[in-house]
Design a protein around this ligand. Structure first.
Ligand code: SAM
Ligand code: SF4
Length: 483
């Protein structure tokens, strides 16, 4: 069967809808209505945001359009405060694992696109996956996101095999405890298969919510050319029982303010249709240069660092209960700046080529063969050390997903004292594991200091003795302790 034919029936169903939940004209009308909000308008929205509730589109439009430096500063302060309230002082770590760069799509911005002859293609074998995972575990990783191009070699059954393989690798004290997936949109039946092998989050970025730009970037006649097939992927994921969903935009394709509105409308659509469960995470990558890909060198709507910082804060204020991921596409400097305004997850020790962990270990990396270039190629240990310097607790926790607290259950706990009573102690235990098993002397010294500070805050609370007890057990050789 022709690869595109595979989804023909489903495409026809989406074509029959007379509209989808992204109304381009309405979004522009809202942004234009609030082109110059007053200080009072902005402060009215901030007053509401203080209560940790999801904002309405017009309220987000006000924040996006705010040009007054004083109230922008107030936005940053509140975004920082909400991050602390909802997520505490922790930053969750992961690293991507590229499985295949073979792709039948032709997205203008991506190094993996089919018409790019500048890269040699490769899909990892199961043995090669094992080799990559071993290296990742030995560096201290516990959470990964598996990344695939879209081709007949990377269909759902293959993806399931790769997930099973990743979970099966154990070395020393370590293993990967949560495997998320970033792949092409799938059918409900295919997503059920992923659920059965224990997928964490499914990530599918819309890239751009603007219909016309989407058409320009993704040629018709490719699977990715179908906007709605992608737009409704998270609905299908929810129907399949995969209820931790990751949405995202590739910033630089269209106006960043429109795209933030698109992310908000997507969140509202999911909340309205799936018992209040919005996306588990939002990603906001900016385009970076990719080999043989002229568009990526000069994206039409490149977002400045200043606007990037603002969009991170507006997202934090608009959807306070959604995790926010800032990847190593950004430089260490930019990441340092935006983390305090709402980021909850980052990657560290990132290598993005297919087979890149083994290659870089053998000093054999070929960055020009990768999907795009990264801005932060420091080792996991250096990034962990820096997060400690910033007074956050680096966390490798996977407890919620493994205890079945996903989707609706996760939203309930996120809105309670759960973070303080469970997430922070679990962050403490997983950082302790990292320090015992993988950290350099310098990082261990800094990490122990951070642990001491955070453990001290529990003094006088019922959970305090449990935390001390578990830390002792970890020192005595036990692993994988969680509340
Ligand atoms: N092939 C699948 C797809 O397109 O959904 C999944 C993986 S794709 C390798 C992961 C993401 O990388 C894309 O969704 C896109 O947002 C991002 N990406 C593509 N080209 C990029 C570039 N030049 N710079 C930064 N991110 C890029
Ligand atoms: Fe393929 Fe995804 Fe790259 Fe598009 S973004 S060319 S679908 S790997």
């Amino acid at each position: 069967m022709n690869f595109l034919e595979k989804y023909k029936k489903e495409f026809e169903e989406y074509d029959r809808l007379d509209h989808d939940f992204i109304d381009d004209d309405k979004i522009w009308a809202q942004l234009n209505k609030w082109e110059n909000p007053s200080k009072e308008d902005v402060r009215r929205v901030l007053k509401k945001a203080e209560q940790c509730v999801r904002l309405e589109p017009e309220e987000t439009a006000i924040l996006l359009q705010n040009k007054d430096e004083n109230t922008i500063q107030e936005m940053y302060e509140l975004a920082h405060q909400l991050k602390e309230e909802v997520y505490g002082d922790r930053i969750v770590f992961f690293a991507p694992l590229y499985i295949s760069d073979e792709c039948s799509n032709d997205c203008s911005y991506c190094g993996f696109r089919s018409s790019n002859k500048a890269i040699r293609r490769k899909t990892l074998t199961m043995d090669e996956i094992e080799q990559e995972v071993r290296i990742m575990i030995e560096e201290g990783q516990k959470r990964t996101v598996l990344v695939y191009g879209e081709s007949s070699k990377t269909e759902a059954d293959f993806i399931c095999e790769t997930i099973k393989k990743v979970y099966s690798v154990k070395t020393g004290h370590g293993e990967i405890r949560r495997a998320n997936v970033n792949c092409a949109p799938l059918t409900v039946e295919e997503l059920k298969k992923l659920k059965n092998v224990g997928i964490g989050t499914i990530q599918v970025f819309q890239e751009t919510y603007h219909h016309e730009t989407y058409r320009k970037m993704h040629p018709q006649g490719t699977i990715k050319g179908n906007y709605r097939w992608r737009l409704y992927c998270m609905d299908r994921a929810q129907q399949a029982g995969v209820d931790d969903n990751g949405i995202g935009v590739l910033f630089g394709l269209y106006d960043w303010r429109f795209e933030v509105m698109g992310l908000l409308y997507h969140t509202i659509h999911l909340e309205e249709n799936f018992n209040g469960v919005g996306p588990h995470t939002i990603s906001f990558p900016r385009i970076t240069p990719a080999t043989g890909t002229p568009y990526s060198e000069h994206p039409e709507y490149a977002v400045s660092d200043k606007d990037f910082k603002k969009l991170v804060a507006v997202l934090r204020l608009s959807v306070p209960y959604t995790g926010m991921i800032c990847t190593a596409r950004e430089s260490d400097e930019v990441r340092r700046q935006v983390i305090p305004f709402g980021v909850s997850q980052i990657d560290g020790g990132t290598r993005i080529g297919v087979g890149a962990y083994a290659k870089s270990k053998n000093a054999n990396a070929l960055p020009e063969q990768e999907q795009f270039s990264i801005g932060d190629d420091r080792s996991l240990d250096s990034v962990v050390e820096e997060i400690c310097n910033m007074q956050f607790i680096p966390s490798f926790c996977t407890a919620c997903y493994r205890a079945g607290r996903t989707g609706e259950h996760f939203m309930k706990v996120a809105k309670s004292r759960f973070v303080h009573n469970y997430c922070i102690p679990n962050a403490i235990f997983t950082l302790k594991e990292y320090l015992l098993d993988y950290a350099s002397d310098e990082t261990r010294t800094k990490g122990e200091k951070i642990l001491k500070q955070h453990v001290g805050r529990f003094q006088g609370e019922p959970v305090y003795s449990k935390i001390l007890g578990n830390l002792k057990r970890l020192e005595n050789g036990e692993r994988d302790l969680r509340l």
